[in-house]
Design a protein. Structure first.
Length: 282
């Protein structure tokens, strides 16, 4: 458990895009700068922030037009996404899973030709708001396609946060049969309070990449009641307590979380941030 764990900070994109209160571009950039200052160097963003050579920014690209914009913004890593659930795919992007992959195939081909890395995301890997239970084999099939297309990493998203540790463990074992464990990311939402437990179970299986959002930002518009991503503060606290060095400066991370929380008009969902804020208020 003492190996290096890579945290992919998704708050500026996946988090803020699912918050009801809009945040200006300037405020988003300031948030990203604050997260980098806290030691988070892999960040998912809407636009490239290219003046930090030691950081890695993931730009979500749904189609070739989006790819052109990402390249113009200086993106060096892009992300494409598909669902493991047909119902979610149709509700989210109005096409089947197979059609969604056909749509971004040209993007991946162009990215490979341009020397741009591509990260693949799979949503609803542990349950769907429309189809209910999602079989591991459905996730395996999509993961295999993304890996064969050339994605260097595949992030497994429990979009509505219904997973439990045993299910998360079984899923990772199944997908590791087609994508090496070292190239799998865990993207777990915390709707039922299971995200940290699920991450720990995944780490026991050998997974070492964790997607999280500062303050637990986000949710899912297609999943009523779904809360945000697991909070980066909570993940860092757990990892550091396990002897896994993250390189994250917790006070600076909490300060960044507090600032964005002020802008969207609600306190952080993070238990650790809440505890640290309460201690400071005494």
């Amino acid at each position: 458990m003492s190996d290096l764990v890579r945290i992919v900070e998704v708050g500026p994109r996946d988090g803020l895009q699912n918050e009801k209160t809009p945040v200006s571009v300037a405020a988003r950039i300031a948030f990203i700068e604050a997260l980098i200052g806290a030691g988070l160097h892999t960040v998912a963003v809407l636009l490239g922030v290219s003046h930090h050579p030691d950081s890695e920014f993931h730009v979500l690209v749904p189609n070739e037009k989006g790819y052109d914009a990402a390249r113009a913004a200086g993106a060096r890593v892009i992300a494409v996404f598909a669902s493991a659930s047909e119902g979610f795919s149709r509700a989210n992007i109005n096409c089947s899973v197979a059609e969604s992959i056909e749509r971004f195939k040209p993007v991946v081909v162009r990215a490979k030709a341009d020397g741009i890395q591509v990260r693949g995301y799979i949503s609803c890997v542990l349950g769907c708001p429309y189809d209910g239970e999602v079989k591991p084999q459905a996730v395996v099939d999509v993961a295999r396609m993304l890996w064969n297309l050339g994605c260097y990493e595949v992030s497994l998203g429990d979009t509505i946060g219904v997973g439990t540790p045993l299910k998360a463990r079984h899923l990772l074992r199944a997908v590791a049969g087609v994508v090496p464990m070292a190239h799998l990311g865990m993207h777990f939402h915390d709707t039922y309070g299971q995200a940290l437990a699920n991450l720990y179970a995944g780490m026991e299986e050998g997974a070492r990449v964790i997607d999280s959002a500062a303050g637990g930002l986000g949710g899912c518009p297609y999943a009523p009641g779904a809360t945000g991503n697991v909070a980066t503060e909570d993940v860092v606290y757990m990892l550091e307590g396990m002897g896994v060095a993250t390189g994250v400066d917790m006070p600076r991370l909490v300060a960044a979380t507090n600032e964005i929380g002020h802008l969207i008009g609600r306190p952080p969902v993070s238990r650790v941030a809440a505890a640290i804020n309460a201690k400071r208020a005494k």
